[in-house]
Design a protein. Structure first.
Length: 405
C-alpha cells in the first residue's frame, strides 16, 4: 500500500469526527511505532515507522481544530518489557513515548496540552518496545473500544497472527543458535584434544633432540671454536607527541622502534573525549595508526628523510547543538617525513601522509533532550590524512659486543 492510499485511508477514518461524532463513538484510530529492544532511537525504516509518521502527521493536520477545541485527545501509550526490572521498563516506556511526542511537537501541529500519555512495564502484541498512538474522544479517553490500524489496515486477528509468527520465528532462531553452540563446543573439544596430542608429540621430539645435542656436545668438547668477528649494534626507541594535534586538544602519543638502519616501526594513538550533555556538545574522537618506515641513507641512525606505509582505524561522535555525526572509520596510505636533532636526546619529526579513508556514520538530531536518528551514511575520501610536527625523545637500547671465546 503506497503513501497515497495510506493517507486516503487515514482521511476516511478521521473524517467522521468533525461532522458526525455519533458515528465515531466506539472507534479508536491508532498507529504503532516500534523500537529495537533496548534502543531509544526511533528508526524511520524499522517495521512501518516511516508510513506511521506520514499518516499521523496528515491526521494531526486534518484534526487540528478538534484537538484545539478539546473534543479529541492525542492518546499515547508506551510499552517496555526489555528489562527484568519493572521500574527500568517504566522509565524506558516513558522515553519511547516522549521521543514520539517530541517528533510531532517539533515537526507538526501537536502541542503538549493535546496529549494524554500512559506508560506500561509490559509488552504489546509480542513487542518489548512499542508506542501506540491514537485519537480518542476527550470525554472518555480510556474506553475499551475496537481499534482500527490506520497504517496497514490490519484487524486485531491479523495482528495476533503476525505476533504468533514472530514468536515462532524467534523460537526457531533460538533453536538454531543452540544447535550451532553445541556443534561449536564439540569442534573446540576436538581441536583441544588434537592440540594436546600434538603438544605431547612435540615435547617428546624436543626431548630427543636435546639428548642428542648433549651427547654431541660431549663428543665435540675438544674441537676448536672458530673466532667470531667483533660486532656491536644499538636499538633505538623513541617516544613522541604531535604538537599540531595537541594544539587542537587532540592529544597524541607515539612509539617508534628501530633495530635495522633502514627500517623502523612507528605506532601512533590519539584521543579526544570531551562532552557536555546539557548543551549537546560532543568532541569525541579516537584513532590508532601503525606505520612501517624506510629510511634513506644518513650519517646518523634515526635522522634524515624517510618514506612509510600506514594504516589506521578510529571512531568519533561530533555535535555542536545541531546535527550530530557518530561512526567509525579506517584508512591506509603513504607517508613522507624528515627528522632532525634539536639536542642530544631530542628531535623534531615533520611529516605528511596521503591515502584513502572510508567512514560509516549515523546522523542524528538533538530534540527535546533526546537524540533522534535521521539517516545512515557512508563516505569515502582520498587525499591528505596526516600532518605532524612531533617532539621526539630518543634513547638507546641495549649495546652488545662479541669476540673470541
Amino acid at each position: 500500500m503506497n503513501k497515497f492510499k495510506i493517507a486516503l485511508l487515514a482521511g476516511l477514518l478521521f473524517a467522521g469526527q468533525a461532522g458526525a461524532s455519533q458515528e465515531n463513538a466506539g472507534r479508536q484510530q491508532s498507529a504503532d511505532f516500534r523500537y529495537k529492544d533496548g534502543v531509544y532511537i526511533l528508526y524511520a525504516h524499522y517495521y512501518n515507522n516511516e508510513n506511521a509518521l506520514d499518516v499521523i502527521d496528515d491526521a494531526l493536520r486534518k484534526h487540528k481544530q478538534e484537538l484545539r477545541d478539546g473534543k479529541l485527545l492525542f492518546r499515547v501509550k508506551g510499552y517496555s518489557n526489555f528489562y527484568a526490572d519493572s521500574l527500568k521498563n517504566l522509565r524506558a516506556a516513558k522515553v519511547y513515548s516522549n521521543v514520539v511526542k517530541s517528533f510531532f511537537i517539533t515537526n507538526s501541529i501537536l502541542k503538549e496540552e493535546y496529549c494524554y500519555t500512559t506508560n506500561f512495564s509490559e509488552p504489546y502484541d509480542g513487542h518489548n518496545a512499542l508506542v501506540r498512538v491514537s485519537f480518542v474522544d476527550a470525554e472518555n479517553p480510556d474506553a475499551n473500544v475496537e481499534e482500527y490500524d490506520v497504517i496497514v489496515g490490519r484487524s486485531r486477528e491479523e495482528a495476533e497472527r503476525l505476533a504468533a509468527e514472530e514468536a515462532a520465528r524467534r523460537a526457531a532462531e533460538e533453536e538454531a543458535a543452540r544447535r550451532a553452540a553445541e556443534e561449536e563446543a564439540a569442534r573446540r573439544a576436538a581441536e583441544e584434544e588434537a592440540a594436546r596430542r600434538a603438544a605431547e608429540e612435540e615435547a617428546a621430539r624436543l626431548a630427543a633432540e636435546a639428548e642428542a645435542a648433549r651427547l654431541k656436545a660431549q663428543a665435540d668438547s675438544l674441537a676448536q671454536v672458530a673466532a667470531q668477528p667483533k660486532r656491536q649494534w644499538i636499538n633505538y626507541w623513541s617516544i613522541k607527541t604531535n604538537l599540531l594535534y595537541d594544539a587542537v586538544l587532540f592529544p597524541t602519543l607515539e612509539f617508534e622502534y628501530q633495530k635495522e638502519k633502514e627500517w623502523s616501526i612507528n605506532v601512533e594513538g590519539s584521543i579526544a573525549w570531551y562532552k557536555k550533555d546539557s548543551k549537546h556538545r560532543y568532541y569525541q574522537l579516537a584513532q590508532v595508526s601503525p606505520e612501517a618506515r624506510w629510511w634513506f641513507k644518513s650519517k646518523t641512525k634515526g635522522t634524515g628523510h624517510y618514506a612509510g606505509v600506514f594504516g589506521g582505524v578510529g571512531l568519533y561522535d561530533l555535535e555542536n547543538k545541531n546535527t550530530g555525526y557518530k561512526g567509525e572509520f579506517w584508512m591506509t596510505g603513504l607517508s613522507y617525513g624528515y627528522v632532525f636533532p634539536i639536542g642530544k636526546y631530542f628531535y623534531f619529526d615533520a611529516g605528511i601522509g596521503f591515502g584513502y579513508l572510508a567512514t560509516r556514520y549515523d546522523e542524528y538530531l538533538p530534540i527535546d533532550g533526546h537524540y533522534v536518528f535521521q539517516k545512515k551514511n557512508n563516505t569515502k575520501y582520498f587525499g591528505p590524512l596526516k600532518l605532524k610536527l612531533s617532539l621526539v625523545w630518543k634513547f638507546d637500547g641495549l649495546k652488545k659486543k662479541g669476540g673470541k671465546k
